[in-house]
Write a protein that binds this ligand. Structure first.
Ligand SMILES: NC(=O)c1ccc[n+]([C@@H]2O[C@H](COP(=O)([O-])OP(=O)(O)OC[C@H]3O[C@@H](n4cnc5c(N)ncnc54)[C@H](OP(=O)(O)O)[C@@H]3O)[C@@H](O)[C@H]2O)c1
Length: 277
């Protein structure tokens, strides 16, 4: 399979390069290629002639997106429109990586693939607009929603917790933001399996199980032998930040599970990550 990958230097992009090493791959990322440059991304995709484009590039700084919603829309929505238009012209399928933040977090059960989306912050709105472009400009597409990604070398929650534990010795972490911690190499394996199915549609792919940020932080510290570090439980109302995350937004994998694609429990993946991958 000829696969073109956007965001190839990011957490998921790097994991995908490893997992898809047997395929014929090309990739792009900043600063060499900006997906908001319609002609540049069009040329790159038409020249490579991929069977499928995996679109992982995004502006993933959720608080930055809240401060600069125009920029969030330009990169995450219009950038995705550019990729989708190029796929249409090249006759390529597209796999778009989306997020649990397209949901509002008022549910009482994990969100399923067919639940109505209702984003509540600029990042979620920009990613939802990306979903709209993909599903309206193409017929052969996968939308893969995921949550709370982490990978070696990335800007992510486990690294932040370990850094703060080192610097401060005590932590304050929210108990009322809940989702699925997801190890990017596990997601990459699931995406590789999904790409072989040609079963186009909407998918929820995360490590299985879910927890609060507080539980996630406690698990990280326990697994590195630092459970003595004090973690004060707080609520989102006590934690000032620019973006408003959905409170209860875990994803339930129904569609991929029907194809036999299921990720392992998040605790197992986290333990492997903290042992060094
Ligand atoms: N991280 C999460 O917790 C999470 C959760 C749910 C869904 N997702 C989605 O999963 C996907 C992969 O996330 P990730 O964690 O791998 O993100 P990441 O590590 O931030 O990687 C994204 C990559 O896209 C690049 N990029 C940003 N703007 C671009 C532009 N205009 N043109 C070209 N490339 C650009 C980034 O470059 P710079 O680093 O230079 O900006 C980065 O290398 C994203 O679509 C994200 O929305 C992520």
């Amino acid at each position: 399979m000829r696969i073109f990958l956007t965001g190839c230097k990011g957490q998921l992009g790097r994991a995908l390069i490893q997992v898809l090493a047997e395929e014929t791959l090309a990739g792009c990322d900043l600063p060499e290629l900006d997906i908001t440059d319609r002609e540049a991304i069009r040329r790159a995709i038409l020249t490579f002639r991929p069977d499928v484009v995996v679109h992982a590039a995004a502006w993933t700084d959720v608080d930055g997106c809240a401060r600069e919603p125009e920029r969030a829309f330009r990169v995450n929505a219009l950038g995705t429109q550019n990729v989708a238009l190029a796929c249409a012209e090249a006759g390529a399928a597209m796999l778009y990586i989306s997020t649990n933040e397209v949901f509002d977090g008022t549910a009482t059960e994990p969100y399923r693939e067919w639940d109505p989306i209702h984003p509540i912050n600029p990042y979620g709105r920009s990613k939802a607009a990306g979903e709209w472009f993909v599903s309206h400009l193409l017929t052969r597409f996968y939308i893969v929603r995921t949550a709370w990604l982490y990978a070696p070398g990335g800007r992510n929650f486990p690294h932040r917790i370990l850094q703060l534990a080192e610097e401060r010795g005590t932590l304050r972490v929210v108990t009322d933001e809940i989702s699925n911690p997801t190890y990017a190499p596990d997601l990459a394996l699931a995406i590789a399996a999904l790409l072989r199915t040609n079963a186009y549609g909407i998918y929820h792919l995360t490590n299985s199980g879910y927890c609060s940020r507080y539980d996630f932080a406690r698990a990280i510290l326990r697994l590195v032998g630092r459970e003595h570090i004090l973690v004060e439980p707080i609520t989102l109302d006590q934690f000032r930040r620019d973006s408003t995350p959905p409170r209860f937004a875990p994803l339930a994998n129904t569609a991929a599970a029907a194809l036999g694609i299921v990720l392992r429990p998040w605790e197992e993946a986290l333990a492997e990550f903290l042992r060094g991958g």
